[in-house]
Design a protein around this ligand. Structure first.
Ligand code: NDP
Length: 288
């Protein structure tokens, strides 16, 4: 029997409807959640991502500002913009779209964002808090994956989850969140030997590699849940995930489509983080 293709649209619209309702309630109390997105340079994929984020904010009733800076902008100018946004009471979340031009240090930029306005959990303080289970913003893509798993009714506890990829933005925080849900977690990467042997043990297989259609049926245990984080642009202009969807379809029990599942869910978590940051600001305001 072919895998059930996870209906990303349905899941995302349910989460966003809930967010919109909470945003409306907070706005009525006088605090409209606000997100600032900073884009430096003309990377076409980044421009699409930023547009999608701004549109999602608008639909949810979240105020958003997009700051588009020329690719030659000095690092110091980006830092001053972030400082202004840190001070701006209308802004509760700040996101700097990566990749940044080479002359700008991602590390410096991320560390300049106020910890309480870090909309995607990139700041080292928030990463540390995530590691030790303290409250803070959710890492957008990994938290989106957990929400998808919960929405389809997976009991993550006790399952063997294998994550392919160990990046700071996807693979590592994914492993931490799965551990938090009591999965047994294995992380594979480019130096993993006999990867298929390991991935074939996965009840939940998460691919975050950046290599189109790399995960084939021989990597997948029959009945496994396969979550594809990858977004790769093919020469044909089409998008493909890291999983060879057609090859894996009749082996897995559930599979996510690309595009249309993890990507929009990532943006949904970004909206949630902005809302939660605004709620914290509101609580602070009423306490003073
Ligand atoms: P990175 O390039 O930062 O990391 C890729 C990871 O894959 C690395 O850990 C690397 O290992 C590992 N890897 C590379 N080749 C292999 C291989 N042959 N076998 C096993 N592991 C391998 O990518 P990201 O984590 O940023 O992104 C991964 C994918 O997810 C991309 O397609 C990206 O576009 C997509 N993405 C999607 C998002 C969404 O919203 N859906 C959000 C963010 C990313 P090593 O560490 O050893 O180099």
């Amino acid at each position: 029997m072919p895998a059930q293709v996870i209906n990303g649209k349905e899941i995302v619209s349910a989460y966003r409807a809930q967010i919109k309702e909470e945003v409306g309630a907070l706005t009525q109390q006088g605090i409209q959640p606000g997100l600032a997105v900073v884009l430096v340079g003309e990377d076409p994929a980044s421009q699409v991502y930023v547009r999608n984020k701004a549109k999602a904010c608008e639909e949810a009733g979240i105020y958003s500002e997009v700051h588009t800076l020329d690719g030659a902008t000095a690092e110091s100018d980006v830092l001053s913009l972030i400082e202004q946004l840190n001070q701006n009471p209308k802004i509760h979340g700040i996101l700097v779209q990566s990749p940044l031009p080479k002359h700008i240090s991602e590390e410096k930029i991320v560390e300049a964002i106020a910890v309480h306005k870090d909309a995607d959990c990139f700041h080292p303080v928030n990463v540390g808090n995530l590691m030790i289970g303290k409250e803070g913003p959710a890492p957008c893509t990994p938290a989106g994956v957990i929400s998808i798993l919960k929405k389809i009714g997976v009991d993550i506890a006790g399952k063997h989850a294998v994550v392919i990829g160990r990046s700071n933005i996807v693979g590592k925080p994914m492993a931490i969140l799965l551990l938090r849900e009591n999965a047994t977690v294995t992380v594979c990467h480019s130096r993993t030997a006999n990867m298929a042997e390991i991935t074939r043990q996965a009840d939940i297989l998460i691919a975050a590699v950046g290599k189109p259609k790399m995960v084939k049926r021989e990597h997948v245990k029959p009945g496994a849940i396969v979550i594809d984080v990858g977004i790769n642009r093919l020469d044909t202009g089409k998008l493909a995930g890291d999983v060879d969807f057609d090859d894996v379809l009749d082996v897995a029990s559930y599979i996510t489509p690309v595009p249309g599942c993890v990507g929009p869910m990532t943006i949904t978590v970004l909206l949630r983080n902005t809302l939660e940051a605004a709620k914290r600001a509101a609580a602070l305001q009423s306490a003073t």
